[in-house]
Every structure is written in C-alpha cells, then in structure tokens.
Design a protein around this ligand. Structure first.
Ligand code: HEM
Length: 159
C-alpha cells in the first residue's frame, strides 16, 4: 500500500515537471492560453504529489540507503538538496501563481495583460518564475533519481 502510494507520488512529481517544461515552451512561443493550462496542470499534479507524500509519511513508510559506501556522500548531498529545495518550491510556486492570477483578474483576459495595472503583476510573475522553474525542475528530476536509487539500493526500515 505505502509502496504504491510512493510510486504514484514519483509519477505525479515527474509529470508535473513535464507539464512545467511544456508550459515554458508554450509561453516562449507566445501561446498564453496553453501556458496557463500547462501550468495549472503542473500545479495540480504537484498538489497531488504533496498529498500522496504526506500520506506516505503518515503511514510511516521509509527507506534507507544501503548501497555502495563510496556513493553514500553523493546520495545524501542529493537527498538534502532535494528536501531543502522541495520546501522552497512551495512558496516560490505560490508566489508565481498568485501574481499571474491577480494580473489576469485585473487584465480581464489573456489578450489584455499589457494593461498597466496588470503589467505590474506579470512583471512580478516573471521575477518569481526565474527561480520557480529551475527549482521545480531540480526537485522533479532529483526526486525521480532518489526513487530509482532507493529502488535499487534501498532497504525498507518502516512501513
Ligand atoms: C506556477 C505556475 C507558473 C509558472 C512556473 C510559470 C512560468 C512562466 C514563465 C517561465 C514565463 C516566462 C517569463 C519570461 O519570459 O521572462 C511566464 C510568463 C507568463 N505567464 Fe506564467 N507561469 C505559471 C503560471 C501562470 C498562470 C496560472 C498564468 C495565467 C493566469 C500565467 C500567465 C503568464 C503570462 C501572461 C506570461 C507572459 C508575461 C509577460 O509577457 O510578461 N502563468 N510564466
């Protein structure tokens, strides 16, 4: 049960990273509508991930690294950076979302985001996403790597 939840957690965080890449691609091509949909999908998947992850923690399921000792340091560096940036990603994503939604409400529609009152929020949106996108991608990719490493070298210690 906890193992299945863990698998779905990894699937959702990786898919949120894929949706994020699509969202960036769409806005680079000027397609705001597709950008909005891709980012809403990425955010929804990340929320599902969070729920699954917290459920897994609640169930007390945990795995420990039991692989080659020469890789232990690299593994923990990856794990710690992943945990810290995953926590940082939440306020970053909320800041990016808040400014885009607020800007869109003021603009009325995506064709009008250049309106001065809305522009202020989209400029802030751009400032937030400069950090949000790389952090989010790092968290998604390293989460997947950690899952693969523990699949090969992990040892269940609880659950
Ligand atoms: C957390 C989710 C989101 C992320 C990570 C994100 C990411 C990005 C990125 C990377 C850019 C390009 C910035 C640049 O070229 O400097 C951008 C621009 C933009 N985003 Fe988002 N976005 C998100 C959510 C949204 C949502 C929900 C909307 C619509 C309500 C939206 C509307 C826009 C618009 C209109 C632009 C163009 C802004 C401009 O031309 O100045 N974004 N976003």
């Amino acid at each position: 049960m906890a193992e299945t939840i863990n698998q779905w957690a990894v699937i959702t965080i990786v898919l949120s990273g894929v949706a994020l890449v699509f969202g960036v691609y769409f806005i680079r091509r000027g397609n705001r509508e597709a950008h909005l949909r891709a980012m809403a999908t990425a955010s929804a998947l990340a929320t599902v991930f969070l729920v699954l992850y917290l459920t897994r923690l609640g169930l007390g399921y945990e795995k420990r690294y039991a692989g080659p000792s020469e890789w232990r340091g690299a593994y923990f560096a990856l794990l710690i950076s992943h945990i810290i940036l995953a926590a940082v990603n939440l306020p970053l994503a909320l800041g990016a979302l808040y400014n885009s939604v607020k800007g869109l409400r003021i603009a009325g529609n995506l064709g009008n985001i250049g309106a001065p009152a809305a522009r202020k929020y989209f400029n802030r949106h751009r400032a937030w996403v400069r950090w949000t996108v790389p952090v989010w991608l790092y968290v998604a990719v390293t989460g997947w790597i950690i899952y693969l490493v523990l699949g090969r070298y992990g040892e269940v210690i609880k659950g």
